[in-house]
Design a protein around this ligand. Sequence first.
Ligand SMILES: Nc1ncnc2c1ncn2[C@@H]1O[C@H](COP(=O)(O)OP(=O)(O)OP(=O)(O)O)[C@@H](O)[C@H]1O
Ligand SMILES: [Mg+2]
Length: 476
Amino acid sequence: MEMPLKILMLEDNESDAMMIQHQLTKAGINYTYRLMMTREAYEKALLEFEPDLVLSDNAMPQFSASEALAILQQMQIHIPFILVTGTVSEEFAAGIIKAGADDYLLKDRLIRLPNAIEAALKQKQFEKQQLQDQEQLRLSEEKYRTLVEQASDGIFIADETGKFIIVNSSGCKMSGYTLDELQTRTIYDLVEPESLKKIPFNFQEMMMPQGASSHRQMLRKNGQLVHVEINAKFLSDKRFIAFVRDIGERIIAQDEIRQTNEKLRELTAHLINVREEERKRIGREIHDELGQQLTAIKMDVSWIHKKIPSDAYEPIQAKLKNIITLLDGSNQSIRRILSELRPGVLDDNGLIEALEWQNRQFATTTGIAIHFETTEKELKLPEQAATCIFRVYQEALTNIIRHADATRVNTALKKDNGNVVVTIEDNGKGFDTKKRESKKSFGILGIKERVHAQGGELFITSAPGKGTKMEIRLFY
Ligand SMILES: Nc1ncnc2c1ncn2[C@@H]1O[C@H](COP(=O)(O)OP(=O)(O)OP(=O)(O)O)[C@@H](O)[C@H]1O
Ligand SMILES: [Mg+2]
């Protein structure tokens, strides 16, 4: 059920009050009321009764309608105030309406009262709504201002000619101008004409819902240029807003990272070469020094063995035989160490034979024969390229032994438009190439670096359960 309308009546004449009530009842208004005559009672009732409406007689013995209206306003109570009076001058009526009363009517025209009440209530409701809307607007403006002001990005709002209207303090700091200075300038004052020719403002894209992003250099007041990232967009009122981020430090950092990476690459390539040279040198020394000496020792010992008469002291015979067996063993060890350091076949017989030799080693260790296809009988490659292919091939086969669980391995070396293409493919368990490599895995990383140092390309195709294929391409 609708709540009864709470009416506060200021009236000293009982029969007038009854007349008013009669009129309200007759109009079917659901209401409840309090009748007051003095200021104290009125003030108390405003707080305790919390009326929806005040109907006030003009002149009571101790109190007047003008005073009652003033009290209502002082207490900031926004309810309709209607003057209901016997006789009143036009002047007084105009005066009290001006002072804020919502309506006035004469007691002998009370028939108009219900309509007057309805109209005044509606008007007050409307005013109240307006006040609330304004407050809402004020709060959201305040929130928006704080956001804009506190943002670490520069925020620039300009009109459709590009003239700045609002710029937050980050924007002022970034550009070096004060807000007043910016408000007399346009977006064109913050870019060099030359760079504007190269990268014009893309107004078309700024009209799109997602706006336009660009990288450019902002021209500061002191002539300095700052690298900035801009996201700009037109607002519905044709003004446009730009969020501007200073990325100078980011660019410097990126540049440093790029340079460091470059240096690391060079260093790695250098270390790979040094290591290869070192292996060659050690190999040569072992071969030339140790190998020669062992051969000489073996010849001498064999000579002694032959010269000793067959009826000589038996334990000496046995010792000499033992020394010869040990020397043969040492020779074999030396050969194995040498081929692990760097297979001589690579330097002596070329890459193809070295790969075939590697295939035989693989078959001996795993029992799996490699199907090796090649279009080349003899391939003349620069030494570093041949070493690169050989080492990559070795690492790929080692990975197959260690991780693949494969039953078949196909490899190939072909020439394609003068490029050398090597593939190594297994039918093993494969792996997810997108997963980050473990911190302790350097095999594939090393392969990448070796291939990169030769200016070549590497492709690895693999997926769990799908085997692995590695392809290297060196350009000539
Ligand atoms: N042929 C393959 N079959 C299945 N998994 C492979 C194959 N080759 C590489 N992987 C996977 O890729 C990972 C990275 O290989 P990578 O050669 O870089 O490192 P690693 O062999 O683990 O260690 P190392 O640094 O000793 O070479 C391996 O740990 C393995 O999980
Ligand atoms: Mg490995």
